[in-house]
Ligand binder design. Structure first.
Ligand code: SF4
Ligand code: SF4
Length: 304
């Protein structure tokens, strides 16, 4: 089947009839993707400085299941957490894949520490020489078709970039600017990034090319709405009815530190873990999709 971009956007955005908390990548999208994926570019998933939480988030993808993503939709050549190969054999996959200039995609998870010539993040060793995330990117990124910066670490440096940023961690766009690398970067922030945001962006790239991005390099499809403007508790905010503690069933969480007014993402309609819950229902928004949220939005449980 062929799926129009318009229908794809409706399905991914959860605006198709009958979908409220979006069931991302419903069977129609999966089928179109399987066809589109045949002969499509291989993916190198590189991990820099981070906690691997975005890999765990991807492994939680519900529609489609992770086995379908890995076996039918993308041609994943390197992923340090889930690949069977190790050592130089594994690193060889980066070299082999990146030999095909302009024909592969890099999915970057984690920040890039540039201090100490990159030695704060060594990803392997070849012929007795340390390979850092910095050196791996310097080698492979200029040849990639595009880089997906997955999670707030890859997009903006991550928690390790919090002041005083002792390892000098930066995100992909900043790193590319420093090194004069021209490869396009798509930011998919979040701490972690939602699996739908990851798979949906990969799907868009495979089916229709690079999606429309906002001025922070994020697909507007997933990051185009302010959490506060759509929050189910917004009426309480407007009426100035605020929760005093987390046990309060009713009221806006602003006085508990909610940063929804600063955050742009669609968690308010998409939900997490298959749509069973979302950040503000049980806690508060910490604006985890925004640059430098670790410095600019903390303390997380206060808005005073
Ligand atoms: S709970 Fe947060 S996002 Fe929701 S209305 Fe209140 S401040 Fe805004
Ligand atoms: S609602 Fe807030 S905490 Fe939840 S994913 Fe969006 S920015 Fe992050």
């Amino acid at each position: 089947m062929s799926l129009s971009r318009r229908d794809f956007l409706k399905l991914c955005g959860g605006t198709a009839a009958g979908i409220s908390f979006s069931q991302m990548l419903v069977p129609e999208v999966v089928e179109a993707l399987e066809k589109a994926a045949a002969g499509k570019p291989p993916v190198l998933w590189l991990q820099g400085a981070g906690c691997s939480g975005c890999s765990v988030s991807l492994l939680n993808t519900a529609h489609p299941k992770i086995a379908d993503v890995l076996l039918k939709i993308i041609d994943l050549r390197y992923h340090p957490t889930i690949m069977a190969a190790a050592g130089e054999l594994a690193l060889g996959a980066i070299e082999e894949t990146s030999a095909a200039k302009g024909k592969f995609i890099i999915a970057l998870e984690g920040g890039i520490p540039v201090g100490a010539d990159g030695r704060y993040c060594v990803i392997g060793e070849k012929e007795g020489k340390e390979i850092t995330i910095m050196s791996a990117l310097l080698e492979a990124a200029p040849k990639a078709m595009a880089v997906l910066a997955i999670g707030t670490c890859a997009a903006y440096g991550g928690i390790q970039a919090a002041k005083p940023n002792p390892t000098q961690a930066v995100g992909a766009q900043e790193f590319f600017k420093m090194k004069g690398i021209k490869t396009p970067v798509i930011n998919i922030p979040g701490c972690p990034a939602h699996p739908d945001w990851i798979v949906g962006t990969i799907a868009h790239v495979l089916l229709y090319g690079i999606p429309k991005l906002d001025d922070l390099g994020r697909p507007t499809l997933f990051y185009g709405s302010c959490v506060h403007d759509h929050c189910p508790y917004r009426g309480f905010y407007d009426d100035e009815t605020f929760c005093k503690d987390f046990n309060d069933k009713e009221g806006c969480r602003y006085q508990l530190g909610c940063k929804g007014p600063d955050a742009y993402c669609d968690a308010w309609k998409r939900g997490w873990n298959g749509g069973v819950n979302w950040c503000v229902r049980s806690a508060t928004c910490i604006a985890c999709v925004e640059p430098n949220f670790w410095d600019t939005e903390s303390p997380f449980y206060s808005n005073e």
